[in-house]
Write a protein that binds this ligand. Structure first.
Ligand code: DAH
Length: 339
């Protein structure tokens, strides 16, 4: 028995000494000290030992166990230490290296411009609302007094999804959604993306942004339209800005106009920036057409309103003196970092 025990112990200690890693150590622990391990089987064989010898054999088994455990522990500590050292070596940090600069992004010039426009109108008590980009023909054209076969429909090259559904060509569609809600008065602006089947060049893109405006109340007049849009222009381009309204035609407003602002480069004298004109066109506007009211269930005798539509990119290009609209979409950091 004694011999067997010391054999087991020697074999265990030798295997531990030679073992190549933590996994192996665990295998050895199981093989010798586990439930079915060699040392355990010795304990199980105790019943064959003469009763008077049992305490002695028991003590020997315990000693062998303690030795093997101590050796296992010693080896484990050594392995762990070696592992730690290896890891430390692999993770050396060169504290003399210069740090990596964190680059902060910032808002896109379109967004900066939009937020400025929103601030101006919110300051005048307007609500900011949104409408769908995928739209029914009815909201984009029909309900805005542009029936099928109307020539105005041809002016806007449209992306059709099917006969009745399209990508909106103008944010004016949101006017109809707001009127249909049936809550009056209305004082809203609605910024958003619009789509036209145009080729890309310095002033065109198949997708750009507009900001629609709509005010409906009793006793709203063209004077309100003029006063509001003049105030808007002055806040956006500077107090010295003057505005001019030219008669125009939009199917959903009557009368309709386009508004020009004095060139903020030359103050109206005429320069290269305004192509010698002194004036720059910035938006379309007009009094809501009675037929548009009727189609959305509003009595044109009781209510009046004005509407306007501004091209967001157009304003951003003017404000920041950018001469090519494509720059706004290319996401070139060298360009964007300037704002
Ligand atoms: N939707 C027009 C366009 O895309 C712009 C416009 C003109 C909007 C006059 C209006 C308006 O609300 O009254 O050309």
């Amino acid at each position: 028995m004694k011999e067997k025990l010391s054999q087991i112990m020697d074999s265990a200690l030798e295997q531990i000494e030679k073992s190549g890693g933590l996994d192996k150590l665990n295998d050895i622990r199981v093989a010798f000290l586990g439930k079915k391990g060699e040392l355990t089987s010795v304990l199980k064989a105790m019943k064959d030992v003469a009763p008077e010898d049992r305490p002695k054999v028991g003590q020997m088994v315990n000693e062998a166990r303690a030795k093997i455990e101590a050796k296992l522990e010693e080896k484990k500590t050594a392995f762990e230490k070696a592992l730690r050292e290896e890891k430390m070596k692999a993770e050396v940090i060169d504290v003399t290296l210069p740090g990596r600069k964190m680059e902060m992004g910032h808002r896109h010039p379109n967004t900066i411009t939009l937020e400025e426009v929103e601030k101006i109108f919110i300051g005048m008590g307007y609500e900011v609302v949104e409408g769908p980009e995928v739209e029914y023909d009815y909201y984009n054209f029909e309900a805005l007094n542009i029936p099928a076969n109307h020539p105005a429909k041809d002016e806007q090259d449209t992306f059709y999804i099917n006969d009745k559904i399209l990508l909106r060509t103008q944010t004016s569609s949101v006017q109809v959604h707001e009127m249909e809600k049936g809550k009056l008065p209305i004082r809203m602006i609605s910024p958003g993306r619009v789509f036209r089947s145009d080729d890309v060049d310095a002033t065109h893109s198949p997708s750009f942004h507009q900001i629609e405006g709509l005010v409906i109340d009793k006793n709203v007049t063209f004077a309100d339209l003029k006063g509001t849009l003049e105030q808007f222009a002055k806040q956006l381009f500077g107090e010295e800005t003057r505005v001019k309204f030219r008669p125009h035609h939009f199917p959903f407003t009557e009368p309709s106009a386009e508004m020009d602002v004095t060139c903020f480069k030359c103050g109206g004298k005429g320069c290269r920036f305004c192509k010698g004109e002194g004036w720059i066109e910035i938006l379309g506007c007009g009094m809501v057409h009675p037929h548009v009211f009727e189609m959305s269930g509003i009595d044109p005798e009781e209510y009046k309103g004005f509407a306007f539509g501004v091209g967001l990119e157009r304003i951003a290009l003017l404000k920041y003196e950018i001469d090519d609209m494509r720059l706004l979409y290319e996401n070139d950091k060298r360009f964007l970092d300037q704002f």
